[in-house]
Design a protein around this ligand. Structure first.
Ligand code: HEM
Ligand code: HEM
Length: 174
């Protein structure tokens, strides 16, 4: 009887240990995957900011020029404002995922509140600039709408970055 029991326990122990070891391995792989995803998203978010800022400057510049020199609203103006909207929405989506996986969003007040709400406001301004100007028929009204809402968005973005002592160009190591 004792022999049987000891045989069973001898056989079952390594199985339990390997289960624990496999679980440990799975957790390690999961954490490594999450870390890789976080680093990838952070690099994407950090790079796409330049596209957002460059496209904002292009759209503001072209709209101001169109307004001042009373140019017609051309196809290229529509393409630039569409590219601005797409890069802004990509930045928003990546930021939204970062919000839930970044350790900084969990622990730093700036990323939890100021950055998230400031940038959300800027994304809304850029989206409204595009969607409302698209519906307008008068060219100068289109340029006017694109100019003032995008200038407002640029001011909000720069203000929010400065509020968190984030560099406008380059990475921030806080
Ligand atoms: C959580 C993520 C997103 C939200 C909440 C969101 C929200 C919106 C909203 C509210 C509009 C305006 C719809 C209208 O009234 O015309 C819009 C349009 C659009 N979005 Fe997004 N979006 C998101 C992600 C994305 C991503 C990742 C992309 C591109 C890869 C994208 C590309 C576009 C495009 C192309 C339009 C239409 C632009 C136009 O022709 O005027 N969005 N989105
Ligand atoms: C136009 C929109 C945005 C711009 C220009 C922008 C810009 C930036 C910049 C420059 C950083 C610092 C990156 C670095 O140090 O390498 C950052 C980090 C971050 N952003 Fe944004 N952001 C935008 C929108 C958003 C939105 C809408 C959210 C969330 C709802 C968000 C969430 C975050 C988080 C959580 C971090 C911290 C990541 C970390 O260091 O762990 N961002 N953002």
């Amino acid at each position: 009887m004792t022999n049987k029991r000891s045989k069973i326990s001898l056989l079952s122990k390594p199985k339990k240990r390997s289960k624990v070891r496999n679980f440990g391995k799975a957790m390690l792989i999961l954490n490594l995957n999450l870390l890789t995803m976080y680093i990838g998203l952070l690099h994407t978010h950090s790079s796409v900011r330049y596209l957002v800022l460059i496209m904002l400057l292009i759209v503001i510049g072209k709209s101001l020029l169109g307004l001042v020199s009373k140019k017609p609203f051309e196809k290229i103006d529509n393409v630039f404002s569409l590219i601005l909207l797409i890069v802004t929405h990509i930045q928003f989506l990546v930021g939204l995922i970062l919000y839930f996986v970044s350790p900084r969003a969990g622990s730093e007040r700036y990323f939890k509140f100021e950055h998230a709400f400031g940038m959300l406001l800027a994304v809304i301004l850029i989206t409204v600039a595009r969607t409302t100007s698209k519906k307008m028929t008068d060219d100068s009204s289109k340029f006017k709408r694109l100019t003032y809402l995008n200038v407002l968005a640029l001011v909000v973005i720069l203000g929010t970055l400065l509020m968190g002592h984030l560099k406008i160009i380059g990475n921030t190591n806080m």
